[in-house]
Design a binder for this molecule. Structure first.
Ligand code: 8Y7
Length: 276
């Protein structure tokens, strides 16, 4: 048995995967009616995702799509903090902050988040880890090669599964050195983050290597490019491929599935769990 701690919450694994619902708070992802309307629609969307089966709500204010431009800290705070504050009193789901910025993460925890989803767990600076150690938040540590703006320019590995596993082993040592408990940590291979189709498929085919590691594994494949590359489907037409890859991740022992399509993923995983 493995436990995952995030401030006052504890989850025990193995169990069927928890669903992390994606809540993007970017100006045009919900509304063009100004800040308040955007925050209110994001909160409503998050509550819908909870009702549809999400145990974790992942709130993000900065697009990390390949080639995306960074947003300023002030803008990111303006986007996510009102949403987390409003949501905190209304949801029983755990609130996760998807940010690369330690100061945004700190404010998000004050506003009611208990998990930091860090796509930049390859960072050089330790401020994020000191915050995780100090607050005892949960920490989803995602593998990324490089940074979002340039990561898809010809990524190279000697062996992607070995390299990702070695990265996690190396970082786990650093995290404990910085005072974090590994009980706070979930690992995530970062599908699409500095990975071409062949790399993404190698990770998915060999996923058991990563789910056998000492910490639970999170996985995000929802609507991602590899599904388009395999099938020709456009981004809003990738639900079937997203569900197939969610079931594959569940079969490999993944602990958390991050998805836009919570209702559909919940149904798929229920059938998977009942027949497995
Ligand atoms: C992931 C993620 C994104 C992922 C974790 C998208 C923020 C791109 N992908 N976080 N974030 N894992 N932990 O298409 O795979 O959702 S953003």
């Amino acid at each position: 048995m493995t436990i995952w701690r995030a401030i006052d919450r504890v989850w025990e694994f193995p169990q069927p995967p928890l669903i992390m619902g994606i809540v993007n708070v970017t100006p045009d992802s919900f509304s063009d009616g100004g800040k308040y309307a955007t925050a209110a629609s994001a909160v409503n969307h998050a509550l819908d995702l909870e009702n549809s089966g999400a145990t974790i709500l992942d709130i993000g204010g900065e697009s990390t799509r390949p080639g995306a431009e960074p947003v300023t800290q002030e803008e990111e705070l303006n986007r996510v903090i009102p949403v987390i504050e409003k949501l905190a009193g209304k949801t029983e789901a755990a609130i996760s902050i998807d940010t690369q910025k330690p100061d945004v993460a700190r404010e998000a925890l004050k506003a009611g988040a208990i998990i930091i989803n860090d796509i930049a767990a390859n960072r050089k600076d330790e401020a994020m880890w000191q915050l995780v150690a100090e607050t005892k938040s949960g920490y989803v540590a995602m593998h990324m090669l490089g940074a979002p703006k340039t990561m898809q320019r010809n990524p190279k590995y000697s062996d992607v599964l070995n390299d990702v596993e070695a990265f996690f082993n190396c970082q786990m040592e650093r995290w404990t050195d910085w005072g974090m408990s590994l009980e706070q940590v979930v690992l995530d291979p970062g599908i699409g983050f500095g990975k071409n189709l062949e790399h993404n498929l190698a990770l998915m085919k060999g996923l058991e290597r990563l789910t056998r590691m000492e910490r639970p594994l999170a996985m995000g494949t929802s609507r991602k490019s590899f599904i388009g590359e395999l099938t020709g489907a456009e981004v809003n037409d990738r639900l079937p491929g997203s569900l197939a890859s969610a079931c594959r991740a569940a079969q490999a022992g993944a602990a958390i599935i991050r998805t836009h399509d919570v209702k559909e993923t919940t149904q798929a995983l229920k059938v998977w769990a009942a027949t497995n």
